[in-house]
Design a binder for this molecule. Structure first.
Ligand SMILES: [Zn+2]
Length: 191
């Protein structure tokens, strides 16, 4: 059943500034010793995923960020424009209103590197791809999907982001994983 957890948010399906009010947003701490805001059920499921990965794969994951408001998104856009130039910036960052992070259901996760520190920069994160690939295998068990897979960049209109996971609930996560679909494909198939 479609509900507030299965929502499609992208360039074509933006949300309003107070969209987050549909959810219970709570605070936790990120790997950079900062306060991270996140949707409550998403956090609970994340905690289960984290424990499971620790036990079965000996991988430690952490949170880089989750909920972001419009102002924070605007800041990221400006920063990325500076670093990557306008064209590349918007394949990595979403214009305010079009980011899944406005819901609190999306998490940018990180993995602990061999040196005991968490990967922080995009370069460091991409270098940990092998570990991320292991993580991706278990996401659907906890209701998460890999939102921007490498093979779907033309459909999602985003570069591959091994770190960006999205809570959608178990049934939809399993459907997407088994049928190798991204949310856009699931929703276009329903029309
Ligand atoms: Zn993200």
């Amino acid at each position: 059943m479609l509900d507030k957890y299965t929502v499609l948010i992208n360039k074509q399906n933006p949300v309003s500034k107070d969209f987050y009010k549909n959810y219970e947003i709570m605070e936790t701490s990120g790997v950079e010793n900062d306060i991270v805001k996140i949707e409550k059920l998403t956090f609970e499921k994340y905690e289960n995923l984290k424990k499971y990965l620790n036990k079965t794969e000996n991988i430690e994951i952490g949170i880089l960020n989750a909920y972001r408001d419009f102002n924070e998104q605007e800041k990221i856009c400006k920063e990325y424009e500076k670093i990557y130039g306008i064209e590349k910036a918007y394949k990595l960052a979403a214009v305010p209103g079009t980011s899944e992070h406005h819901s609190g259901l999306a998490i940018d996760i990180t993995v602990k590197k061999d040196d005991g520190n968490f990967a922080i920069t995009n370069d460091e994160l991409y270098s940990e791809n092998e570990n991320f690939l292991k993580v991706h295998r278990y996401l659907s068990m906890f209701g998460f999907i890999l939102r921007y897979p490498e093979s779907k960049t033309k459909i999602t209109e985003y570069d591959y982001e091994p770190w960006h996971i999205r809570y959608v609930g178990e049934w939809l996560a399993k459907l997407c994983y088994n049928e190798k679909k991204v949310l856009e494909e699931y929703y276009s198939g329903k029309k």
